[in-house]
Ligand binder design. Structure first.
Ligand code: ADP
Length: 390
């Protein structure tokens, strides 16, 4: 009799887990979800679900019982719980020894230095005096718990450095100081790697951040020097192998004005800079993540089209009466009629100012055209267009 496909447990009910459900359905792979609350993004599409706290080891045991592997929508599961699950025989992918490098920026920086990979100058600092010794201007980051620019401070003097220490003390974490990198742009190198060591590298992309949140991605990065592109892919493949990453690894990089690349951040899960792959690559990052954690042969990361542009749909500012100006389903008629080739992905999340509620992908031969189409659609959903008469 044919074997049933193994169940993949996913911790976290955000949009990344939701988007894993699409290729899981296509491949006939059952997912079991640990959602943080009822009705969250992925909980709307994964019927086999448990609502509970990912910081509770017993909850993690319940959701992984009988599953072949466990993987993640976010990086916040405590490392000691992952070690406990692994000791109990649960295949944790990525494993705790890898994941800690995406959880703790100080651990990540130390490992990168050991591997001789290029990063901004950095040091763990205990107080403001040590920041002064490190030198201004600089960037301060809490070592754990930051995301989307939260937990990052750009500081020019001692007074500006204070809030980082207050936040770190409240969270019981340390502060990392980094040189302020004068970058030309931000790049991302995304790879998938399986436990048996097969790896696939996607084209290097350029990403634009607004207020610390990824806003726009162009695949491949326009005018990127071939040598730098290979270096970026090489860094990502080296990290995936040396840290023994299983699943998707995203390496966020700075391209400096003098033509170097420096590693900024690591993420060990599908990443916002890889959303373009859903429509622009032969195999999406979500499918390759599932294939990788199940140790199946990986799919081709090759682009299907010359260019793909991804723009995030964020909730726009509320009106004075507190109602949202943005559009969700009610934005579909115009967006779809204007551009039948546009690919729209909404996450089933309510509009809130600044919240990521979806993204659009536009692909084709002409970069300017793709940029215009994707930006127009994102601005339309955000409510920046067509509300002028109100
Ligand atoms: P998060 O945990 O929010 O992902 P990051 O470390 O990626 O935090 O920082 C968020 C953003 O801040 C980056 O995308 C980049 O734009 C900027 N940034 C971070 N580190 C530096 C640095 N050393 N120099 C200049 N800009 C930086």
């Amino acid at each position: 009799m044919a074997e049933l496909a193994p169940t993949v447990a996913v911790i976290g009910g955000g949009q990344l887990a939701r988007m894993m459900a699409e290729p899981a359905a296509a491949l006939g792979i059952p997912l079991r979800l640990l959602a943080e609350a009822e009705g969250v993004s992925a909980a709307q599409v994964v019927p086999d679900q448990l609502v509970g706290d990912y910081r509770d080891l017993d909850v993690l045991r319940r959701v992984t019982a009988g599953a072949a592997v466990v993987t993640f929508d976010h990086e916040h599961v405590p490392t000691e719980h992952l070690r406990a699950l692994q000791a109990e025989g649960v295949a944790t992918r990525p494993g705790p020894e890898a994941l800690v490098h995406a959880q703790d920026k100080a651990v990540m920086r130390r490992r990168l230095a050991e591997l001789g990979l290029p990063c901004p100058r950095n040091a763990v600092v205990a107080d403001v005096a040590e920041v002064e010794a490190f030198g201004f201007p600089c960037v301060l980051k809490t070592t754990r718990g930051g995301y989307d620019g939260k937990g990052v401070w750009f500081v020019r003097d001692a007074a500006e450095a204070e809030p980082a220490f207050t936040a770190a003390a409240d969270a019981g974490v340390e502060v990392l100081a980094e040189e302020l990198v004068d970058f030309r742009r931000e790049l991302s190198a995304l790879v998938a790697r399986s436990p048996s060591g097969q790896a696939a590298a996607y084209p290097v992309v350029a990403s634009t951040q607004l207020d610390g949140i990824c806003h726009e991605v162009v695949a491949p990065a326009p005018d990127l020097d071939d040598e730098l592109a290979s270096q970026a892919q090489h860094v990502a493949l080296t990290l995936a192998k040396e840290l023994d990453v299983t699943g998707v690894l995203a390496v966020e990089l700075f391209e400096t004005n003098d033509g170097r690349i420096l590693v900024n951040e690591l993420a060990m899960r599908p990443h916002n800079t890889g959303h373009w792959t859903q429509d622009g690559a032969v195999t999406s990052q979500f499918e390759n993540h599932l294939r990788a954690v199940l140790d199946l042969p990986l799919g081709s990361p090759a682009p299907r089209e010359r260019w793909t542009v991804m723009v995030n749909v964020l909730g726009g500012p509320d009106r004075e009466d507190g109602t949202a100006v943005g559009r969700l389903y009610d934005g579909y008629p115009h967006a779809m009629a204007r551009d039948p080739r546009l690919r729209v992905h909404l996450y089933g999340k309510e509009l809130r100012p600044g919240r990521k509620v979806g993204h659009v992908n536009a692909y084709g031969d002409d970069l300017e055209d793709c940029l215009e189409r994707a930006r127009h659609a994102a601005a339309w959903f955000r409510g920046d267009l067509g509300n002028e008469s109100e």
